[in-house]
Design a protein around this ligand. Structure first.
Ligand code: HBI
Ligand code: FE
Length: 291
């Protein structure tokens, strides 16, 4: 399936406030759930120290998340100091407008629940491991902090202009699945990759996916997958490129993108800056598999 933004809401939405927030209720996490967090953390930390960009690694080390599911109030003390962001606990996916409203006010909605032991690698609903391990380190970085807020404000506008799918693709291919060039080579900064063991390896080491230089209009036209590894990863030149993106007036770009055909997730264009032309073997194998 190639995914866009039509979410079904799963999770316990019965006790939330009108802005969809709930209490983290940290005392209610079971010992098994803290154990699962530690397992996820240890597995991921060993990869991240080699695969993530230096900014991510350096901040993650200072955050000290290894002991169990972290307390949001403690994280919020650190976020407040670093970038003036806050985490708010939510039951699961939020409607787009509610999500943007939080981001526009520097509140990051984080899933209160943790995944089940059978979903170690990837779940479509953002849980506490994805949101905290994956997103908090980059929210502590000033460029990403401003970029995500700009996305929230831009999302409210894009919705009115009917171009939300285009903007959502930018978020997807940067905040969630972005790669960045570093002196040691291409590295991970996207939270969806950083919080998944198998996708970390796939995104950086596998010959199958394309790795293409990030270009805003190009990305706005490119569909993405929500249920499997990406067929293409877009690579920015440095984390500070996000600051430039945060300042861009998207309106003229929407106008240019509106008439253009959508691109398939694995497609390569003649003008692309190709860092790796993927074999496509992984997704081809899946498409041919007999179910
Ligand atoms: N809700 N909790 C949560 N987390 C997300 O990442 C999220 C969401 N709702 C909508 C959404 N993301 C996106 O698809 C928008 O960026 C379009
Ligand atoms: Fe996320």
């Amino acid at each position: 399936m190639t995914g866009e933004t039509g979410h079904r809401l799963r999770g316990d939405y019965s006790r939330m406030r009108p802005d969809y927030t709930v209490d983290q209720d940290w005392e209610a996490y079971a010992r098994d759930e803290h154990d699962l967090w530690r397992r996820l953390y240890r597995r991921q930390e060993s990869l991240i120290s080699r695969y993530a960009c230096p900014e991510f690694i350096e901040i993650l080390e200072r955050l000290d998340f290894g002991a169990g599911i972290p307390r949001f109030d403690v994280i919020n003390g650190k976020l407040a100091k670093a970038t003036n962001w806050q985490l708010v606990a939510v039951p699961g996916l939020l409607p787009d407008l509610t999500f943007f409203e939080h981001l526009a006010n520097r509140r990051f909605p984080a899933g209160q629940f943790i995944r089940k032991p059978g979903q170690l690698d990837y779940i479509e609903e953002p849980d506490v491991f994805h949101d905290v391990f994956g997103h908090v380190p980059m929210l502590m970085h000033p460029a990403m902090a401003d970029y995500i807020q700009a996305y929230g404000k831009g999302g409210l506008r894009a919705q009115k202009l009917g171009v939300l799918p285009n903007l959502a693709r930018v978020y997807w291919y940067t905040v969630e699945f972005g790669l960045v060039e570093s002196p040691e080579g291409v590295r991970i900064y996207g939270s969806g990759i950083a919080s998944s063991y198998t996708e970390s390896v796939f995104a950086l080491e596998d010959g199958s996916p394309n790795r293409i230089g990030f270009e805003l209009e190009r990305v706005m036209s490119t569909r993405y997958r929500i249920d499997d590894f990406q067929e293409t990863y877009f690579v920015i030149r440095s984390i500070d490129e996000l600051l430039e993106l945060a300042r861009i007036d998207f309106a003229p770009i929407y106008a240019a993108v509106r008439g253009q055909p959508e691109l398939e997730p694995g497609q390569i264009l003649p003008q692309d800056r190709v860092l790796q032309r993927g074999s496509g073997a992984y997704h081809a194998r899946k498409r041919n598999a007999v179910h």
